[in-house]
Design a protein around this ligand. Structure first.
Ligand SMILES: NC(=O)c1ccc[n+]([C@@H]2O[C@H](COP(=O)([O-])OP(=O)(O)OC[C@H]3O[C@@H](n4cnc5c(N)ncnc54)[C@H](OP(=O)(O)O)[C@@H]3O)[C@@H](O)[C@H]2O)c1
Length: 264
């Protein structure tokens, strides 16, 4: 039986990944802090699909807990690692308490990097496996100004990190049997907003199961940046091309004319 390790499985997108993967016959390890939620889900999935599901209560902001999960992934690398757990703490940066800023980076960046780093050698040893990182369309929102988007200086940057990390890792792994994907949902119906005290009931939202369906279909197709709501995928190619054009400036040795006014 294939195996999957899903973080943030106690609600929303992570729970939908667990439900879909159990239906597909995966044995599961489900991680989140709320043990009662995980145990209830594990029992329900075991009853419905007859698969083994292990709930593991862990706080991904706790470096010791992440190290313990990493040991486990290193000794039993799953066929699929889904780094889904995340949170946003939307607020102006100058008001974001330092502890919350650290939590955002710990959960959204450090944990997925260290869990992937732990699982990858075993996957490469088998020459098979996959890692899905759940980012957000806000990864691409750095240039957006105005009041319609949430205040997100750290959150959006953590998700942009996952996009770059996954793309570079995908290039490193090309030719191996291990695939990586970063999935970038838009607004999704989950506990993500309500747990921040935000009411987004008037905002159109995608269902978590649709995100999972798109992500797994894109994994099959070998798509590295999966954007479930995107009708025309050529937008990703254009974004890649623009990024490449900027990164190629790294080899410039002369300043362009616009700097020629100052003599210093
Ligand atoms: N909903 C959206 O509109 C949206 C859009 C784009 C991207 N995303 C991303 O999608 C992912 C899933 O979010 P969601 O929408 O499904 O939200 P959600 O319903 O709030 O689920 C978040 C999950 O992350 C877990 N989690 C949070 N902090 C954790 C910690 N310190 N340790 C362990 N687990 C932790 C939560 O479990 P416990 O609280 O039980 O620990 C929960 O299972 C996140 O990475 C989010 O950034 C969401």
């Amino acid at each position: 039986m294939p195996t999957a390790f899903v973080t943030g499985a106690s609600s929303g997108i992570g729970r939908a990944f667990a439900e879909r993967l159990a239906a597909d016959g995966y044995e599961l390890v489900l991680v989140a802090r709320r043990r009662d939620r995980l145990e209830e889900l594990a029992a329900a999935l075991g009853r419905t699909y007859g698969v083994a599901v292990e709930p593991v209560a862990a706080d991904l902001a706790d470096s010791g807990a992440v190290a313990g999960l990493g040991d486990r992934l290193a000794s039993s690398p799953p066929d699929l690692l889904v780094n889904n757990a995340g949170l946003a703490h939307y607020m102006p940066f100058q008001e974001l308490p330092p502890g919350k800023a650290r939590e955002l980076i710990d959960v959204n960046v450090t944990a997925p990097v260290l869990l992937a780093r732990a699982a990858l050698p075993g996957m490469l040893g088998r020459d098979s496996g996959a890692i899905i990182n759940v980012a957000s369309l806000l990864a691409f929102s750095g240039a957006a100004t105005g009041p319609t988007l949430p205040q997100r200086a750290v959150y959006a940057a953590t998700k942009a990190f996952l996009v770059t990390h996954t793309q570079v890792l995908a290039a490193e792994l090309a030719g191996s049997g291990v695939r990586v994907q970063v999935v970038c949902p838009g607004v999704v119906r989950s506990e993500f907003h309500s747990r921040q005290g935000l009411d987004v009931s008037a905002v159109p939202r995608m269902e978590p199961g649709q995100v999972v369906r798109a992500s797994l279909a894109d994994l099959e197709r070998g798509t590295i940046i999966s954007i479930p709501g995107l009708p025309d995928e050529s937008a990703i190619t254009r974004w890649d091309d623009a990024s490449l054009a900027l990164s190629e400036v790294a080899l410039a040795t002369e300043l362009p004319d616009r700097y020629s006014q100052r003599s210093a």
